[in-house]
Design a protein around this ligand. Structure first.
Ligand code: PMP
Length: 390
């Protein structure tokens, strides 16, 4: 062992490493992730809902950009030399596309959620989150300044009660309501209109459209498309799911976006996302407008899979969206079932705690255009054959 390592040992490295090892050993055979599972089988697990990740159009746009001298790396933060023409053009286009005053790009949805929530809600405000919000929102809440409360998933009455109790306690700050428009693990939609009404009375609505952008609304603008342009609504659109690339956009009023540019540490102190990703995002928005057939074909998948499942496994409830969680319950039965389905050539993954609550382990079937209509029917048949008798 080198002197360097020995010195760190004496400073507590060895102790800490042995605690990590013990914790890993304590995980059961089922729950321990020894390696990442590579792609194999027909895609029923990605978020590439409308099949853009491997599309010729995105690839051509990137080849053209490279041929025209767009650099691979931004080589600096946006406030310094990292701001390039493709970033500016993409954000202008995105603001027009989503009908907002301004848009701001980030390297991913996780950091964008974290960034918004640690920057905009202030001390004295209330951040009121749906309990099933994404981990990035929870992490932002922990690191942010506002008081945090959770309302029961999708329950507007509970949200209203919490706000009223907070007001009765003498609080006068703004309320920031944070939700997903389509929940990533349950595939259900938020009651956006009622939440927007609450936000109109008390503050702001933050809508994470990660799983809805590109799939729902006119031109795939998302489930909150009718709320965009309001000064108290901010939407987050990820580029790594239906849009086929990586990165994210925060769209809303110019004042909020300007405040982010001036005050948001994850924006200010990070290297700008690759200009190529801005090129890909920009092309993806054009594809959303030019190729509505993609959304129609995905909707057909949802209808067919729902009908097949209701007929074959009537005990299961289906979400009605492209995200179809099939709750098994126990973790090990879920992972065994996923493995058996994978052996039949379908890439279906099991989801277990901590991603979902204990006892609600599930297959998360994700419908995408990377599967054909015949594949969708064959998966339903396979599920019927293999579904465990618990
Ligand atoms: N929000 C939601 C609802 C998500 O499901 C995800 C991705 N799992 C994110 C944000 C993070 O987005 P990204 O993958 O672009 O970091």
């Amino acid at each position: 062992m080198s002197d360097h390592l020995r010195r760190e040992d004496s400073d507590g490295t060895a102790d800490r490493l042995s605690v990590f090892r013990e914790q890993l050993d304590g995980l059961t055979r089922q729950t321990r992730r020894r390696s990442l599972v590579a792609r194999a089988g027909i895609d029923f697990s990605s978020n590439d809902y409308i099949g853009l990740a491997g599309s010729e159009r995105l690839a051509d746009a990137l080849r053209d950009a490279l041929n025209n001298g767009v650099p691979v790396g931004a080589a600096g933060s946006r406030l310094l030399r990292g701001h390039t023409d493709p970033h500016a053009a993409f954000e202008d286009k995105a603001a027009r596309f989503f009908g907002t005053e301004a848009a701001l790009g980030f390297g991913g949805g996780y950091v964008a959620n974290f960034a918004v929530i640690t920057t905009l809600p202030q001390r004295g405000d209330l951040l009121l989150m749906d309990a099933l919000s994404h981990a990035s929102t929870h992490e932002g809440a922990r690191a942010g300044r506002a008081e945090v409360q959770l309302f029961r998933h999708g329950d507007v009455d509970h949200a209203r009660d919490l706000i009223q109790a907070w007001r009765r306690a003498g609080n006068t700050g703004a309320v920031w309501i944070a939700v997903e428009s389509l929940y990533s693990m349950d595939g259900d939609a938020a009651p956006l209109d009622q939440l927007a009404e609450l936000a109109d009375q008390h503050g702001f609505l933050l809508v994470d459209e990660a799983h809805a952008t590109g799939v729902y609304g006119p031109d795939g603008r998302g489930l909150a498309h009718h709320l965009e342009g309001r000064e108290n609504v901010l939407t987050l659109h990820t580029l790594g799911k239906a849009l086929g690339g990586s990165g994210a956009l925060v769209c809303g009023a110019k004042c909020l976006i300007d405040f982010m540019i001036n005050r948001c540490r994850p924006f200010i102190f990070a290297t700008a996302p690759s200009p190529l990703m801005a090129v890909a995002g920009s092309e993806a928005l054009d594809i959303l407008r030019d190729e509505p057939w993609r959304r129609d074909a995905l909707r057909d998948h949802v209808t067919v899979f729902g009908a097949e499942l209701s007929r074959r496994l009537p005990q299961l409830s289906v979400s009605g969206s492209q995200i179809v969680p099939l709750i098994v319950g126990p973790e090990s039965a879920t992972m065994d079932l996923a493995a058996r389905i994978q052996q039949r050539g379908f890439d279906v993954r099991g989801i277990r705690p901590p991603t979902v609550p204990e006892g609600t382990s599930r297959l998360r079937v994700s419908l995408t255009l990377n599967a054909t209509p015949a594949d969708v029917i064959r998966l339903a048949e396979t599920l019927e054959q293999l579904w465990p008798d618990l």
